[in-house]
Ligand binder design. Structure first.
Ligand SMILES: Cc1cc2nc3c(=O)[nH]c(=O)nc-3n(C[C@H](O)[C@H](O)[C@H](O)COP(=O)(O)OP(=O)(O)OC[C@H]3O[C@@H](n4cnc5c(N)ncnc54)[C@H](O)[C@@H]3O)c2cc1C
Length: 458
């Protein structure tokens, strides 16, 4: 414990962002209450409040580092629990337009496997915090505020078993209730007006199936990721779940929904620009049914642009910014926002929402530009394309092409998509020269698919 402690902090939502927030708050509050509509304690499977939990997730390199900083010992728990993890460039296979990024040991760890298991491990650590309690099976109904609506003073909740509604008083409310967050509506009804929102429509669908391999096709690799591009808009994420099991999420954009039926699902993998996924699952034993998730658009709520904000309330995680999931950024951004929150409440300080949004904006901006810039490379996606964006997208296309047999470029690119380095880091003269030398004219040509085991060696 440090400095002066404040009273109660209430966190809306006990998913990844809410759990990170609880760790950020526990040191400087006497009590932290997490409210969630689901039964969360002991749950290690996908649940109703987090439908994306069925689909392949990876906690990117920087997210793993931030999560460990917030929750020391988490990585050890995950390792002991058999959660697959691997080197970002050495054990994850990345393909763009059918060409594999040169494998390279980055020393950066990505945590893969099952999202529900990851959440379960994080929550077990949260349960160990002595001043933290869970109100599960409880609906968040509304915010409670003072007479002038200048300060949020608590939250009204309703147990789902029919018990009576109750107000939990709070010095601070953190909204981590995901993309369906009601804060924009609540702020409007409190007289603050609507929160400015930006969105980029991508019409993305994920369809996921799990399999048991008959023969392990991957050895020490933990995932295979043929990423969607405008040239090859179908993509996939295959991750080992440990042992002989794996999960495969197929992705389609602009209304192309990967089918759920087993035969059609396997057939879809044949339309990917590399055969690895098809070869891995064609003889594998299917486990359970397919699940589909539709993601219409990335949405960013610009709280930092609000003229006025009440004190005692901050919004984070998907509630503040929902990224196109193919870039794997949401959990990392939640961890970064939780770290900002921790700094803001240090020593029992009353966090300024404006300072919080200003600081989190610095973390969100690069990730948002990677995700929306990538989406705007698809000509059908609506949105403004500045000359700079066109230049960057063309440059990245060439860079990925050249990174097929240039480990320096491969590593630099992976550090950016792993959210470790800022995107500008790819524009240094030294890297630009390597990009130019890497065959710019060939950048848009299709190439022969790489077969399993044929990628260049590090
Ligand atoms: C298909 C898909 C794949 C993804 N893949 C990745 C990936 O690879 N890597 C990555 O980092 N991110 C990924 N993401 C994003 C990631 O899932 C989220 O960023 C992450 O879960 C953090 O979200 P959150 O905690 O802010 O909100 P959520 O996980 O959505 O949780 C919100 C919580 O609030 C609760 N809640 C909501 N409303 C109420 C209410 N009224 N009353 C009570 N409780 C309520 C819900 O039950 C839930 O527990 C993916 C997303 C999708 C859709």
């Amino acid at each position: 414990m440090t400095g002066t402690q404040r009273g109660t902090a209430v966190v809306l939502g006990a998913s990844i962002a809410g759990l990170f927030a609880a760790h950020a708050l526990a040191r400087d509050h006497t009590r932290v209450v997490l409210v969630d509509r689901d039964e969360v304690i002991g749950t290690d499977t996908a649940r109703r409040g987090v439908p994306q939990g069925h689909h392949v997730h990876g906690l990117l390199a920087n997210g793993q580092l931030m999560a460990e900083d917030l929750i020391p010992g988490l990585k050890r728990d995950l390792l002991d629990g058999g959660v697959p993890m691997g080197d970002l460039g050495g054990q994850l296979r990345w393909y763009f337009n059918g060409r594999r990024l040169a494998p390279v040991r980055t020393g950066l760890v990505v945590i893969g496997g099952d999202r529900a298991i990851l959440e379960h491990h994080i929550r077990r650590r949260t349960e160990l915090l002595p001043n933290t309690e869970f109100r599960q099976n409880t609906d968040i109904v509304s915010l409670v505020h003072d007479d002038r609506a200048a300060r949020v003073t608590g939250v009204r909740v309703q147990p789902r078993d029919g018990g009576s509604a109750e107000v939990i008083d709070a010095d601070l409310v953190v909204d981590a209730s995901g993309r369906g967050s009601r804060t924009p509506v609540w702020l409007d009804s409190m007289g603050y007006g609507r929160v400015p929102e930006e969105s980029v429509k991508i019409g993305l669908s994920y369809t996921t199936r799990r399999f048991r391999f008959r023969k392990d096709p991957f050895g020490a690799d933990v995932s295979v990721n043929p990423v969607a591009t405008p040239e090859h808009p179908r993509g996939a994420f295959l991750t080992t779940l440990g042992g002989d099991r794996c999960a495969v999420s197929l992705t389609g954009v602009l209304g192309d929904t990967p089918p759920g039926g087993l035969e059609e699902f396997v057939e879809f993998t044949r339309s990917l620009p590399v055969p690895d996924v098809y070869e891995a699952i064609r003889d594998a034993e299917p486990l359970g049914d397919a699940v589909t998730f539709r993601f219409p658009a990335s949405v960013r709520r610009r709280y930092e642009a609000m003229g006025r904000l009440p004190s005692g309330l901050v919004v984070m995680g998907d509630a503040a910014c929902t990224f196109n999931p193919v870039y794997g950024q949401g959990m990392t951004m939640a961890a970064l926002q939780a770290r900002v929150l921790r700094e803001q409440v240090e020593g029992g300080a009353d966090p300024s929402p404006r300072a919080f949004y200003r600081a989190t904006r610095r973390a969100l901006d690069p990730a948002w530009s990677i995700a929306t810039g990538g989406d705007l490379a698809f000509p059908e996606v609506e949105g403004k394309r500045t000359p700079m964006l066109r230049f960057v997208n063309g440059y990245l296309d060439r860079l990925r092409h050249a990174a097929h047999d240039d480990v320096r470029l491969s590593e630099a690119f992976l550090r950016v998509i792993g959210l470790v380095d800022p995107p500008e880091g790819l524009l240094t003269p030294r890297l630009a020269l390597r990009v130019l030398r890497g065959g710019p004219r060939a950048a848009r040509t299709r190439t022969e698919p790489t077969r399993v085991g044929q990628g260049p060696t590090p």
